[in-house]
Design a binder for this molecule. Structure first.
Ligand code: PBG
Length: 323
């Protein structure tokens, strides 16, 4: 037996390759700010900027021209408060960007991340409540209402897919009910079902200006040591009506991705997060790694582990490499 026969030439390797990445598998996250006139580069994410809403149409045309699977929008509002009310503003940065993108390219798939952390002055993913011991923690059930109203604002603006990233229990069911009640039964939910409390979100918190002002997210995001719990989270969100599931981060959790892939028939995404992007960019800038090869290899590995689609800041570069 000589397995090397099937590696001899590019054409044989192409024929027997089990996993491929297409531009259509990639979703580009974008940050739209209410208060900018010019793009503002994000120091910790070379090549990524916060964008004025006036750039949304151009971004939509670029994404479509590259053949990307879609975009995922985050918003940076002018005003923040304790509850994150500006998230539900129909004229907030995300609804305005959605409308501009859909006007420019009606067929572009537009996803909107739903969470209050970009809209709260304390940076947590929910409404806070004093605990019996005097500490503050996120009040799960008190957060569901604002999440539902943000989802409605995004759906009304034309988002195809609502993507809740907050990790509150029960939010998928509440959001599904709100969307159906508002006449948006055709709007899908992509649940960040399996989301770990990860150091790899560090750069994102500068990008979305949402670092918690105290404490961390460990009381709502998952413990990195847990894997059975991932299947439980995935099952609950499926039962509540999620159309698609996501695992996040991607690279340190490929084992989780593979397990969730076996456990569900729903389409499954993986989020190649800001810290994963920053590490690769830093190594490439230091001349330590071949960026283009590394990007295609890591995207392939995420697909091979079981992701149907990948949310990644490399989307634009990778689509160009894939031709
Ligand atoms: C929360 C949210 C986060 C990310 C996406 N949605 C940050 C967090 O949970 O702390 C992280 C994405 C990334 O790191 O690229 N709204």
């Amino acid at each position: 037996m000589r397995p090397r026969r099937l590696r001899r030439t590019p054409s044989i390797r192409a024929l027997v390759r089990e996993t491929v990445v297409r531009p259509n598998d990639l979703i580009l996250p974008l940050f739209f700010a209410d208060f900018l006139d010019e793009p503002r580069p994000i120091r910790t994410m070379p090549g990524v900027s916060q964008l004025p809403v006036s750039h949304a149409a151009e971004q939509a045309r670029q994404a479509a021209q590259l053949g990307l699977g879609g975009v995922l929008l985050f918003g940076l509002p002018k005003h923040k408060d304790a509850r994150g009310e500006s998230g539900a503003d129909p004229n907030g940065p995300v609804p305005r960007a959605i409308r501009a993108m859909k006007d420019a390219v009606p067929g572009l798939l537009v996803m909107a991340d739903v969470c209050v952390d970009e809209y709260t002055d304390h940076g947590h993913c929910g409404v806070l409540k004093a605990q019996p011991d005097g500490s503050m923690d996120v009040d799960n059930d008190a957060t569901l209402d604002i999440l539902a109203r943000i989802s409605l604002a995004y759906a009304a603006a034309g988002a195809d897919i609502i993507a809740p990233s907050d990790m509150m229990d029960g939010r998928v069911g509440i959001i599904r009910g709100a969307l159906d009640g508002g006449g948006f039964e055709g709007t899908s939910i992509l649940s960040y079902a399996v989301k770990y409390a990860s150091a790899f979100y560090g750069p994102f918190r500068e990008a979305a200006d949402c670092a918690p002002k105290f404490g961390d997210r460990a009381s709502y995001q998952m413990d990195p040591g847990n894997s059975r719990e991932a299947l439980r989270e995935a099952r609950l969100d499926e039962e509540e009506g999620a159309d698609m599931l996501m695992v996040k981060p991607a690279l340190p959790y490929l084992d989780i991705l593979a397990k969730v892939r076996e456990a569900t028939q729903l389409p499954l995404g993986a989020y190649n997060v800001s810290g994963e992007y920053a590490m690769l960019k830093a190594a490439a800038a230091a001349g330590m790694i071949d960026e283009n090869r590394a990007v295609l290899e890591l995207l392939t590995s995420i697909r091979r582990a079981g992701a149907d689609f990948i949310l990644t800041y490399h989307a634009t570069d990778a689509a160009k490499l894939l031709g």
